[in-house]
Ligand binder design. Sequence first.
Ligand code: NDP
Ligand code: MG
Length: 389
Amino acid sequence: MKRVSILGATGSIGCQTVELIAAAPERFEVVAMTGGRNVALLAEQARALKAQVAVTCHEACRDELAERLSGTGIEVAAGDAAIAEAAARPADWVMSAIVGAAGLLPGLAAIRQGATLALANKETMVAAGPLVLAEAQRHGATLLPVDSEHSAVFQALVGEERAAVERVILTASGGAFRDWPLERLAQATPEQAATHPNWSMGQRITVDSASMFNKALEVIEAKELFGLKPDQVEVVVHPESLVHALVGFNDGALMAHMGAPDMRHAIGYALNWPERRALPVERLDLARLGSLTFRAPEAARYPALGLARRVMEEGGLAGAAFNAAKEAALDAFLERRLGFMAMAPVVEQVLDTMSRDGLLRVDTPGLDAVLGADAEARSRAARAAATQA
Ligand code: NDP
Ligand code: MG
């Protein structure tokens, strides 16, 4: 029996993880499950999987969760500290699927107990990549990427010499506004941005796909996870979302990973690793698909990609500041305080001023420095958004 915990169980990735675990109850023992406001779903999931403990990050939701689980013997807890404590309970495999920088501390707690961490939460590597890798090494924890592109790269690298890798190419669908005229983008609404041509995902990552802030985070995530130089990570627009990533080797070979746009593949690969097992994912019919298309991303449409390059060159705390400023700009956009195309200038302004003030240049940032840069970037972004709007 594999002991598993699911952080962010009530979200898009979390629900798909629950589905795969529920399909093989004889193989898994569920330790902790966490969620946020969706207490009804968390209680239902915890009952179905017979979890030891269910935790909501909101103190105000504790009583409702306790009521829904009364008589089941399932422990109940609430608050951010309780989430990190749940992540620290001994488990073999932990899914990190909380959205945003809130996933960092629980993910670290799981790493520190030596669990294998299935990492959907890309913000963890963007904000604190070197720190996370060092902690994983110190505690003998394994990191398995769940982001589809990174899972694809990971799979293409099996059995390969790292020194032979020349480059990694991440594909991007181009998001909701791929084919919109550029001049219309400034007026795009949160509802329009929250529809994705190929993938079904949480609201925040879907909007980040339209702006390509998601791809910007993924470029940084790939650099950190696979130990690449900034110019070894490329992005290509691939509207069909069937090739998830490619790895280019020094002999000119490109290994591509293809599959249906269904996160259950990457989640299931991480859940079953190092084995492969059958998964309920559509099998592609290439003859019916006919063709695949690729094109370069336009810099004017996707300014976030340029910011990612800058963050990688700057290093230090730039990733933590970038992610936090992006989260604050996204909040402002979702609350209609900021236009769609005003998000990147807000993030750029935060990077500019924090760099000018010498707040990003730290050689090996510790956790306090990362959390400090995150908080500073959030407050600067909120101020910048108020003046840009
Ligand atoms: P969702 O918004 O669907 O789910 C987020 C989960 O985190 C929910 O369980 C939510 O609880 C919980 N949560 C929200 N805020 C907090 C908080 N402050 N503290 C603790 N828990 C919280 O997100 P996704 O599933 O789409 O994404 C999760 C992560 O996976 C993100 O980092 C995303 O970038 C990454 N990812 C997602 C993909 C996808 O297909 N969705 C693909 C690749 C990566 P509740 O809903 O109950 O309030
Ligand atoms: Mg992805």
